[in-house]
Design a binder for this molecule. Structure first.
Ligand SMILES: [Zn+2]
Length: 165
């Protein structure tokens, strides 16, 4: 499609659709049959199979006067997937949503509002059920990961700190 930019070393699976205006950074993986409509996807993000990233809050095939809608006949509100975030299989990202850095969206989630950095999200509508490590695992209640990385709360967000012993 027009106005698409794909960075170096990205992987696009079978049957992927990349819509007009989509921008993708480096080292992004997009699973089979994913649909990406105009989103900005930053470096190292993971888009699972059959994920749908939407951009039209009021989808109609036709205008109120019955004429066929074209690309100029709707307001594009693209989503943003920040660096290193993962979107699980078949999850849906609604228009305009920003998924934070290294967030983890569970398979089948429907994400209708912005997601903080490192948040672990699940459900419909998606709710935050914890935090994710850069390695992909869920943090424990002390914000430690089995991989020995550790995090701390700073200004209502979590940030990596020195590894737990
Ligand atoms: Zn970890």
């Amino acid at each position: 499609m027009p106005d698409v930019s794909i960075g170096e070393q990205c992987t696009l699976g079978k049957g992927v659709f990349i819509g007009q205006g989509t921008t993708m950074g480096r080292l992004v993986k997009v699973g089979n049959y994913a649909n990406v409509f105009g989103a900005t996807i930053e470096d190292e993000a993971f888009i699972g199979p059959q994920v749908c990233i939407l951009q039209d809050r009021a989808p109609r095939s036709t205008n109120p006067d019955g004429t066929r809608k074209g690309h100029a006949d709707y307001v594009s509100l693209p989503a943003t997937i920040r660096r290193g975030a993962s979107i699980g299989a078949v999850a849906i990202i609604l228009p305009g949503v920003i998924v934070g850095r290294y967030a983890m969206v569970a398979a089948g989630s429907v994400v209708n509002k912005d997601v903080p950095d490192f948040a672990f999200m699940a459900g419909n509508p998606a709710r935050q059920i914890g935090y994710a490590c850069v390695c992909g695992q869920r943090l424990d209640e002390n914000l430690h990961c089995a991989c020995v990385r550790a995090y701390a709360v700073r200004d209502h967000a979590i940030v990596p700190v020195a590894a737990a012993k």
